[in-house]
Design a binder for this molecule. Structure first.
Ligand code: BDR
Ligand code: CA
Length: 358
């Protein structure tokens, strides 16, 4: 028999009670058998910080903590052909090239992207240094179809992590109503609550790219886990972190890649003055993995999250009610505090295990 343990933490901060329900975990059984790896479907738009998150996930899989069920890609930071290729290349680099990668559902790709931050290829212009994907985009299945297939096969078993625009998730819900409720948990990086945005004064990039999709996801179940800008912008990966990984195994190709990508991302982040003068870059998307595997680094609050889809100046803004009314209509857990030092420390140690030879 396995036990599902929900961890609760309480703290009092500036008069506000915050409740964390981070990281419900399958523990070992009474016979002492090891916990089953958490099964993860990772939806992403790589993207420099997506690549770091995907490398971390591979380390967790290598250690037996996670099982990567599939990776689904979406247009976002860069165009869809790049996000697909980047996911394939990152998986091959980490030793998980056999994992299925889905292609983005069709979207209008004429709008704004984030190539100015992540490089024209979305990978700091380093993608050419990695081998081409074994399977071309034209042969890949659609991401929404993969999400539907995997979640319906084992209801309540798979954790869906989404670190790009929520377009694929909403498309899956549209095609198969109720499908997102079949995930064990839905954990997203996105939104900005008590602070401004990073793509407009009000909106965070992932939500801004497709607010209607985000609204659909937030009405799909009542326990969406949200890692918003307020905490992700506190998690800055610095040169010391990057060097810590590469120096552990100097001959490692992954270690060198991490340093090279870090250099590009730190440079663009500095030019946009987004890191409070600290030379480094925000590993936004990696915080989803911290929530699942190192929940002691985060504090979450129960909330009713809504997405602004109409505002002339506020489209893509996420809002919650900060007042102390009964949370009858709550649909989410929103992370409001992070222990960034410890989060980065565990990430670096896990990276070292990824770069270490078998
Ligand atoms: C989010 O936007 C993207 O640029 C990043 O990859 C991250 O998912 C941060 O707002
Ligand atoms: Ca992303």
């Amino acid at each position: 028999m396995r036990y599902r343990i929900a961890r609760y933490a309480l703290t009092l901060t500036m008069g506000i009670v915050l409740v964390s329900q981070a990281g419900a975990t399958d523990m070992s059984d009474t016979a002492g058998n090891r916990a089953r790896p958490r099964r993860i479907l990772f939806d992403t738009d790589p993207g420099g910080d997506d690549v770091f998150a995907l490398l971390w996930l591979q380390s967790l899989a290598k250690q037996g903590h996670a099982e990567i069920v599939a990776v689904t890609t979406v247009a976002g930071n860069v165009r869809s052909q790049h996000t697909f290729a980047n996911a394939c290349k990152t998986l091959a680099l980490g030793g998980f090239g056999h994992i299925e990668v889905g292609r983005s559902v069709p979207v209008d790709e004429g709008g704004e992207d984030a190539a100015h931050i992540h490089g024209n290829d979305g990978m700091g212009n380093l993608s050419r240094t990695l081998p081409d994907p074994k399977h071309p985009l034209s042969e890949a299945r659609r991401s929404d179809d993969i999400i539907i297939e995997k979640l319906s096969a084992v209801p309540g078993e798979i954790t869906l992590i989404a670190v790009g625009p929520l377009t694929n998730l909403a498309a899956a819900e549209e095609k198969s109503p109720g499908i997102l409720a079949k995930a064990k948990e839905v954990v997203i990086m996105g939104g900005a609550f008590r602070q401004g945005g990073n793509i407009t004064p009000c909106a965070e990039f992932n939500i801004y790219c497709d607010p209607e999709a985000a609204q659909k996801v937030f009405t799909s179940r009542d326990d969406i886990v949200v890692l918003p800008l307020g905490i992700t912008e506190k998690v800055t990966f610095t040169k010391e972190h990057a060097n810590g990984v590469s120096q552990a195994v100097p001959e490692s190709r992954i270690g060198r890649f991490i340093v090279d990508l870090w250099q590009f991302m730190a440079k663009t982040s500095m030019s946009y003055r987004s890191t409070d003068g600290i030379r480094g870059f925000h590993v936004h998307d990696a915080t989803t993995l911290a929530y699942l595997f190192y929940p002691e680094t985060l504090l979450l609050r129960r909330a009713e999250v809504r997405v602004e889809t109409k505002g002339e100046w506020t489209r893509g803004q996420t809002v919650f009610d900060d007042r102390h009314g009964a949370k009858i209509e709550a649909n989410a857990w929103v992370a409001l505090q992070v222990d960034a030092g410890n989060l980065l420390a565990v990430m670096v140690e896990d990276f070292k295990l990824l770069v270490a030879p078998e």
